[in-house]
Every structure is written in C-alpha cells, then in structure tokens.
Ligand binder design. Structure first.
Ligand code: NAD
Length: 472
C-alpha cells in the first residue's frame, strides 16, 4: 500500500532500500529540515547499475507496444496520487500546491504522449538487388540527473523516452528536491520489471560518481551550464553518449505595436512563474521606448498584487527560492544591483525571515553591462531595458553565451517572425511563452545545451542508428 508519509527509500532492482547515511531535506518556506533522504553509497550505485544492466536485454526485447502500455500505467498511477504527491512536493519545493499538482498531472500527460511515439525504420532502398534500412536501437543503461526547479517534469522528460525506446535507467533527482521522485519510484515499483527503473538519491558526491561510472551508456543531464561542462568532461573517459539541457538568459523583445494591457500579465508570469526558477523564463526584457513606461507601470502593478509567501498558505502565488544556495546567489545579485546604484522598482528589500523569500524586483533600464543583465538570475529579479532600434536589440539579445529560448511580442506577425528567425536560440515564442510539448524538439544552442530533448530528435537520442544491408 502506497504511503506518502512513510520513510523515504530509493528504488533499486524493484526493491525499496534505505542507506546507512542520509541527507537533510529542507522546507524552503521555513528554512527547517523536515525529512531525510537516503544518501546512496558507491556500492548501492554499483548495485543499481548492475540490476539495470541485467534488466536491459529482456526489456529491449519487450515489444514497444508493451513498454508503452507500462508507461501509460505509470502515468495513471501519477494521476491517481496527484493530490498526495503535490502536498509533499510543495513542502520540499515551496511552490503553491496548484502548481505542484499541475506539474504531476502535466508529467502524466507527457508520459502518455511520449508513449504514443515510435522510432522510425528508414528504408533507403528496397530493390531486387538489396534492402537497406536503418533501425534505431536502445543504448543500454541511462544515467539521468535532474535539477530542483521542476524535479518531476524534468525527470519524466528522461524516464519516458529512455524506457519507451528499450533502455533501462538510473535516475538521480537533485539533493534539494529528492522526496517527490523517491515517492514516485515507490509508487511505480511494481509497474516495470525489476531493474528497469531505478531511482536513487544522495549528496554532492553522487552525481560525479554516476557520470564517471563505466556502466552507463549515456548521460542525460539537466542543470546549470557550469555543471554541464563538468559532466561532459567526465563522460569523455568512456565516450558516453550525452544530452545536456543547461542554463539560459532568455531575452523577450516587445515591439511598439503591442496592446500593453493584453500582454502585461503574460509577460509578468513568463518572467516570474515558479519564482523565476525556470530555465526558459524571460530573464532580459527589452521594451520599445514607445511602450516602455506603460508596460513597466503595468508590471509593477501586477507585482504589487502578487503574494509571495509560503506555498502551503492560501493566496500565495509565488513561493520562496527553492534552496539556500540559490537564495544566496540571488541575494548577491540583488545587492550588486543596489551597490551599482540601479533603479529597483517594487520589492528590493529582503524580508527578515527564516524562509528563502525574495521580493519580486523589476530593475528599471539598467546598463547592458550590469550583472543583472549579463547573468542568469534564476530568481525574481527582472531587468527591463528600453530600446529604439530593432536591429540593435536583436544584436543585444544574441550577445549572450546562452541560446536557450526567447520571445517576441508584436501585432505584426511578419515582423515578429523575422526577429524570431534572427534569434540564436533553440526555441522562440511569438506572443506567448513557456509553452513546451513532448512532440517538439527542445534544444539549447550555444552554452545552453548539447543535443536535444523531446520530439523525435529527443527520442532518438536514447538510441543508436543501426543500418542493415541485405543482399537479395
Ligand atoms: P546544478 O547544475 O547545480 O545541478 C543539477 C543536477 O546535477 C543536480 O541533480 C546535482 O546534484 C547534479 N550535479 C551537481 N554537480 C554535479 C557533477 N559535478 N556531476 C554530476 N552531477 C552533478 O543545477 P541546479 O541548480 O539544480 O539547476 C538550475 C540550473 O539548471 C539553471 O542554470 C537552469 O537554467 C538549468 N536548467 C536547465 C533546463 C533546461 O532544460 N535547459 C531546465 C531546468 C533547469
């Protein structure tokens, strides 16, 4: 019987297992430790890889329709337990429960949509002389590492395509948010054959142990660009396949022909949803001088009406920063903006609280060179810059080591499309944002990533092409 309140265990080889050591898990709204998660030992990591390796031959031979059906069964269990999981998720993450429940239900929909996909068989020639075809075969045991900002969704982005294509997997959630994924592991324990899906948790040593372990065929990693580079170096030793989804400093460009009242709330939540802890949040807002003041005043008005607080309290829209390390980074960025004399609208004073709360802060036309413009804040500090020349603003938007996503806001579709085409990012939204789909490739350009998640391209990253030449 699934019990959300029972001790948190890892899932290795179809068994719930604890560890001799544990890591503390904090509630970011109170700053207090409220649970312990297992701290996976090296021997337990070896064991997880051993059982996943053992399960691989039978799983890859299981017909894809059966594998897909087991994924659908897993999605239905998530739906059935969404309320229980969401309340735990809110405690470890801080986000209000509407948002955490939406993530669980969204993950279930995602799994079901991925389950409908099928890797192609490409027939290049089928003549009297020969048949030449390419199939896409699974790789083996996948090492999956996910971050804390969307701990369930971004884990499911890896689990669903990896298992559908016939791989087995060992997933490690972030040490800041391990609990919900550990409970999901427990919930799904009997869905897949033992060893197919393994979920482990641990401290800072566990990620490097995983990426350097020769038992993995591929690493699928989501996190910061800085860590991504370390993961890439570590993967080189065994030539492991690699997908990296990394950081971003996404620009949104607002042209003068917009209806400010219509777009203001969309832009606000595109920047501040999940307390701005979204890889594809708007992190640099470039607004044409004709509408700058009007949009700025609307954003400030929305900010004043938006309650930042404990995600478990009624009326809270935005929760705290998820963890102390990130909170300290955001505080440092805010302090640097203050000491540089930048004009901070709304917010700016950090409340005296044990929780990791940062007020919604809009920075009024800071210089391009300031840290708030140049760095990925991953917290609710939005720099808003005035522009007059479209070519120049496109140049500034592209003047970043990142290339994750971007947005264009305009009533003129032609003009917006030409700007979208000029942005050096893997995703561009026109007149909306934050919209991602399992059937559409999501690929960070430049330092925002390496490889692809989602879409057929993302699915095939869990496979290797295998070409067969049959002489007739
Ligand atoms: P992080 O890089 O600190 O950690 C991500 C994961 O990697 C965690 O599970 C962590 O334990 C693990 N890890 C840390 N050091 C490691 C190492 N040396 N080897 C292997 N694993 C290691 O990132 P974070 O702070 O958890 O997440 C925030 C960052 O993630 C932001 O930069 C954000 O933009 C990015 N992100 C990107 C996407 C995307 O799809 N592109 C999505 C969400 C978040």
């Amino acid at each position: 019987m699934f019990d959300i309140t029972s001790e948190f265990k890892m899932m290795i080889g179809g068994q719930s297992v604890g560890a001799t050591k544990t890591i503390d898990v904090f509630n970011p709204s109170t700053g207090e430790v409220f649970a312990q998660a297992p701290d996976c030992s090296r021997e337990q990591l070896d064991e997880a890889i051993r059982v996943a390796t053992k399960a691989f031959p039978a799983w890859k031979e299981t017909p894809i329709n059966e594998r897909a059906q087991l994924l659908v069964n897993a999605a239905e269990l998530l739906e059935q337990h969404a309320d229980q999981l969401a309340s735990l998720f809110t405690r470890e993450h801080g986000r209000p429960v509407d948002g955490t429940k939406a993530e669980i239900l969204g993950a279930a929909v995602w799994i079901k949509m991925v389950a409908q996909m099928r890797p192609p068989v490409h027939v290049h020639e089928d003549s009297e002389a020969q048949r030449v075809e390419t199939q896409y075969v699974p790789l083996g045991v996948i090492c999956a590492i996910s971050p804390w900002n969307f701990p369930v969704n971004l884990s499911i982005w890896k689990i669903a395509p990896a298992l559908l294509t016939g791989n087995t997997i060992v997933l490690k959630p972030s040490p800041f948010t391990p609990l919900c994924m550990l409970k999901i592991g427990e919930l799904l324990r009997d869905v897949f054959p033992a060893g197919v899906l393994n979920i482990i948790s641990g401290g800072d040593d566990l990620g490097p142990w995983m990426t350097s372990h020769p038992g993995f065929a591929k690493i699928s990693f989501t996190g910061s660009s800085e860590t991504g580079k370390r993961v890439m170096a570590s993967a080189a030793k065994d030539l492991k396949r690699l997908t990296l989804e990394l950081g971003g400093n996404d620009a949104a460009i607002v042209l003068p022909d917009v209806n400010v009242d219509e777009i203001a709330a969309k832009i606000f939540f595109g920047a501040f949803a999940n307390t701005s802890q979204i890889c594809v949040a708007t992190k640099r807002l470039y607004v044409h001088e004709d509408v700058y003041d009007a949009l700025r005043d609307r954003l400030v008005a929305i900010a004043k009406m938006t309650k930042v607080g404990d995600g478990s309290e009624q009326g809270t829209v935005l929760g705290p920063i998820q963890n102390k390390r990130q909170y300290e980074r955001v505080v440092d960025l805010l302090e640097s903006a203050k000491s540089d004399g930048l004009k901070l609208l709304q917010g700016s004073d950090i409340p005296n609280s044990a929780g990791y709360f940062i007020p919604i802060t809009i920075v009024d036309n800071p210089p391009e060179s300031s840290r708030v413009v140049q760095e990925e804040a991953f917290g609710p500090i939005l720099p808003m810059m005035k522009f007059s020349d479209v070519d120049e603003v496109v140049r500034l938007a592209n003047d970043s080591e990142y290339g994750l996503a971007g947005a264009v806001w305009s009533a003129d579709t032609e003009k917006a499309l030409s700007i979208a085409n000029a942005l050096e990012t893997g995703t561009v939204w026109i007149n909306h944002n934050l919209n991602l789909r399992p059937d559409t490739p999501f690929a960070g350009h430049k330092h925002s990533g390496f490889g692809v998640e989602n879409g057929m391209e993302g699915l095939l990253e869990y496979t290797a092409p295998k070409s067969i030449y049959l002489a007739k």
